[in-house]
Write a protein that binds this ligand. Sequence first.
Ligand SMILES: [Zn+2]
Length: 218
Amino acid sequence: MTPDEAVKNDTPPENTVEAVVEASVVEANIVDARNGDGSATPRLTLYVYPSAKLREKALPVGIVTDDTVKIVKAMEDVVAKLSGASLAATQIGVPLRIIVVDGEISGNPTLTAFVNPEITSFATETLSEREGCLSFPGCWVTITRPASCKVKALNLKGEVFEIEAKGVYARAILHEIDHLNGKLLIDHTTSELRRRMIKGKMAKWHKAAVRELAKRRR
Ligand SMILES: [Zn+2]
């Protein structure tokens, strides 16, 4: 299935879903991104399926600036707060080609951000593993991906670097680059039954989030 076909099938069940996504996630899940000096920045929203935000194609970052660093910091906070492994900027509604991968996965705690990441080569050998996604809470899909890949990107100083990633590290990078192209977990399964199950699970998740929100407002 192409991403365009997927978009057509992604039509939210009701008009209010976008608002629900934002409200519920802000209340239920999200993160107070704080600056180093402790002052709060605006709260971030993690967009959850079927938000249209997740279908936006991210644009390349022109120049790495302090704003890029702030976006990365916010993304790292989301990953840490939600005990995730990696995140794409499109998931917090920033349509720029930036991904972060938790240092524990990479084995390199100082390297988490990839700006304008590009796969320069990948292994023909593949691995099939279950993948989750912060934008699909509680959903898993088995995805076959290259066992390793080389990635070229900019670091937060605007310098080009290239690394070779294997196993779960390669998987996380490839998953996040999919996000930058508007491709999501659900697009990796051709099983109509599985797709329906994911959509059903997400609909339940939104309902539960709305109930939780109402409770807190009482
Ligand atoms: Zn994801």
